[in-house]
Design a protein around this ligand. Structure first.
Ligand code: GLN
Length: 486
């Protein structure tokens, strides 16, 4: 049986009809992982084969006995920033290399409770810092369509594992585009939900006012299956917000030529305009809007993200967990035998050895942004602009169902191309960070390909709580167009 390209929905149908078993599917994915993962580096940790097959057997048995668990026997991958009991969780950095997960992140727990089977942990830019997985301490993840290009980031491993049929769906984290950017580069769907709709408990924090957890899937139908399972409070993430009522659809959307100014990549511009036309052909009224906030999103985002990252990373200093913690008996205060003189030295040594260069850069810049005398000029000002961005978008969104935007300025870049110019890498996020700054949902979907046959994605952004509407709009779009066919 052809198992390439199976969506969660198809897998569940085949399980139900008895055409396929969880054992067969897990074996298929595990064999693929064995065969191709060393080429693409999508997974950085794969769980024990026997253990996985044991869980698959149990799932098949439960199905025989009539279990109604929603994802029974469906194998998935998760970004290595999530804790999953019995797996190491590194967040893509050496600092946490030897740190075992002592509990399950809420999303992991919810998926396991519905019978899903965890295959392994996927590669990422360390701590979520980047858009290409080139900042991972475990090497870059290669693009499924072209091994000389990046898979995107920071959740590049999750998107590549899914696109390469090494799992049925995957989970990522999106602070400024980390689900949508790799989804777009790898030709799959990725949802960054409304801020606060999916618990982040057990997900290693990057920038707490921006971080969102969400799924990658092969189809919008799969996102529709996964979202209600992932959504919901757990009492551990205080940012959880419940959205009870769905907004009625207006069949109108906003687009802006400010998003595709002269000088932008032609493929992106053409595909954007083509997608506007496609939505119009599907019966949506297209409303052109101005997008002056576009110029401010990158500085507002990077000031906010770096400031918050520097405080979140302050907990990693070698004494509680992570680098050096295993080697030093803190109780003895025996600094000399470890080549340090004081606590300060110990912290410095742990962080110097453990953190990737990108992490160091962000800690420095973030600490500067928050320092006395600068916090008002940078961080607080960024929050004022952020508020303005939110209100500007909400004004637009009152009259339309969604705003259409590209996901990235171009398709996947060549490996190494932005390493010498970090600013260029930051500019890759120009379209995605808007939704995080505003806390609104955004769904990335495959919109076509460029002249190198590389996938390009578009995204639709909705008002807070519009997640389900976005999913149904993209589902309708996919059913009636063939943009997703590569
Ligand atoms: N590329 C962005 C950054 O480096 C977004 C990363 C993310 O969403 N985790 O901050």
């Amino acid at each position: 049986m052809e198992l390439i390209g199976l969506s969660v929905k198809k897998i569940l149908d085949k399980y139900q009809s008895g055409e396929l078993t969880a054992v067969e599917l897990c074996e298929f994915y595990l064999n693929r992982i064995e065969k191709i993962n060393h080429i693409y580096n999508a997974y950085i940790f794969v769980r024990n084969r026997d253990q996985i097959l044991e869980e698959a057997r149990a799932a098949d048995e439960m199905r025989q006995q009539g279990s109604t668990k929603k994802l029974l026997g469906v194998p998935f991958a998760i970004k290595d920033s999530f804790l999953a009991r019995g797996t190491p969780t590194t967040a893509g950095d050496k600092y946490l290399e030897q740190t075992d997960s002592v509990y399950d992140a809420t999303v992991v727990k919810k998926l396991l409770d519905e019978g899903a089977i965890l295959l392994g942990k996927t590669n990422m830019d360390s701590w979520g810092f980047g858009g290409s997985t080139e900042n991972s301490a475990y090497g870059v993840t290669k693009n499924p369509f072209d091994q000389t290009r990046v898979a995107g980031g920071s959740s590049g491993g999750s998107a590549a594992a899914l696109a390469l049929d090494m799992c049925a769906f995957a989970i990522g984290e999106d602070t400024g585009g980390s689900i949508r950017n790799p989804a777009s580069f790898c030709g799959v769907y990725g949802l960054k939900p409304t801020y606060g709709r999916i618990s982040r408990f057990g997900c290693i924090a990057y920038a707490s006012s921006l971080d969102s957890v969400g799924p990658f899937a092969k189809t919008p139908e799969d996102i529709e299956i996964l979202f209600p399972i992932l959504e919901g409070g757990d009492g551990y993430d205080m940012t959880y917000v419940e959205y009870k009522n769905r907004r009625p659809l207006l069949k109108k959307f906003a687009f802006s030529l400010d998003l595709v100014p002269d000088g932008i990549n032609e493929n992106t511009r053409n595909l954007y305009l083509h997608t506007v036309q496609q939505f119009t052909d599907l019966g949506y009224e297209a409303i052109e809007v101005k997008f002056p906030v576009f110029d401010y999103t990158i500085p507002t985002y990077y000031i906010t993200a770096m400031a918050e990252a520097s405080t979140n990373l302050a907990r990693y200093h070698g004494t509680r967990y992570g680098h050096l913690a295993n080697k030093i008996k803190i109780s003895n205060y025996d600094f000399a035998s470890f080549g340090v003189n004081s606590w300060e030295d110990l912290f410095t040594k742990s962080r110097t050895e453990g953190f990737t260069n990108e992490a160091k850069k962000r800690v420095f810049l973030g600490a500067f942004i928050l320092s006395e005398g600068y916090v008002d000029a940078y961080y607080k000002k960024a929050q004022i602009i952020r508020n303005y961005i939110l209100h500007y978008l909400q004004d637009i969104l009152t009259n339309v169902d969604f705003i259409l935007s590209p996901v990235t300025p171009s398709s996947a870049l060549k490996i190494g191309s932005t390493l010498t110019n970090p600013l260029e890498m930051y500019l890759e996020d120009v379209y995605t960070v808007t939704a995080n700054l505003a806390g609104i949902p955004a769904l990335a979907f495959p919109a076509g390909k460029d002249e190198n046959s590389m996938p390009i994605g578009m995204q639709i952004m909705g008002n807070k709580g519009d997640d389900e509407n976005l999913i149904s709009i993209v589902k309708n779009f996919r059913n009636r167009t063939d943009n997703h066919k590569f």
